[in-house]
Design a protein around this ligand. Structure first.
Ligand code: 5GP
Length: 203
């Protein structure tokens, strides 16, 4: 039996503190669910080594970012540690309208804005097995100064306070299990009655 395709894609928001391993979990998830579109954000921060424009982020200057805000081109945006980050409305809307699921990797202020504008979005927060483990992972990178690490831990504490407004909480103990839990969440979301009304239209 071929089922009628759903009309709109699912908007999925993923947040988590710096050092939780979110990018690795996302890579695993996208490897398994090739039908998901990952939204490439706009940012004013400088590219890190290995990052490419249009792949990891669309890198723009502050003037261009502020133009996009003024023109209403962003679904959401936030200032995070001195830089702007934002999601383009046009691409996301096109994908969702075509029935494609869209994944956003955004921080907590942006997630709250998405919640307000798109109440049907699924909000998922990823945490490490413990706060001590987060500290250990941040120190294990051996790339940041004590000041940067302390700042990230403080930021993580603030972000944790927003967790109760998320729909789902995933623990990144093992990458494959975390990705597996997210896939289960997406399956459950797809089975929501409101996402399946097209299956009973002709009755
Ligand atoms: P990073 O500079 O480490 O790549 O990202 C810093 C934070 O910005 C992460 O928590 C990431 O999820 C968040 N972020 C990335 N893109 C966006 C975006 O488009 N909007 C918002 N609000 N946050 C974003």
């Amino acid at each position: 039996m071929t089922r009628k395709k759903k009309e709109r894609g699912q908007l999925i928001v993923l947040s988590g503190p710096s050092g939780v391993g979110k990018s690795t979990v996302i890579a695993e998830l996208l490897g398994q669910r090739k039908d998901i579109y990952f939204s490439v954000s706009f940012t004013t921060r400088a590219p890190r080594v290995g990052e490419a424009d249009g792949v990891n982020y669309n890198f723009v200057d502050r003037a261009e970012f502020e133009r996009m805000i003024a023109a209403g081109e962003l679904l959401e945006h936030a200032e995070y540690v001195g830089n702007y980050y934002g999601t383009s409305m046009r691409v996301i809307e096109e994908k969702l309208a075509a029935g494609v699921d869209v994944l956003l990797d955004i921080e907590v202020q942006g997630a709250a804005k998405v919640r307000a504008r798109c109440p049907e979005a699924a909000l998922i927060f990823i945490i490490p097995p413990s706060f001590e483990e987060l500290e250990r992972r941040l120190r294990g990178r051996n790339t940041d100064s004590e000041e940067v690490i302390t700042g990230r831990l403080q930021k993580a504490r603030e972000e944790y306070r927003q967790i109760p407004s998320y729909d789902y909480l995933v623990v990144n103990d093992s990458v494959s299990e975390a990705a597996g839990e997210i896939i289960s969440i997406l399956t459950a979301e797809a089975c929501r009655t409101r996402n399946r009304l097209h299956l009973i239209e002709s009755v």
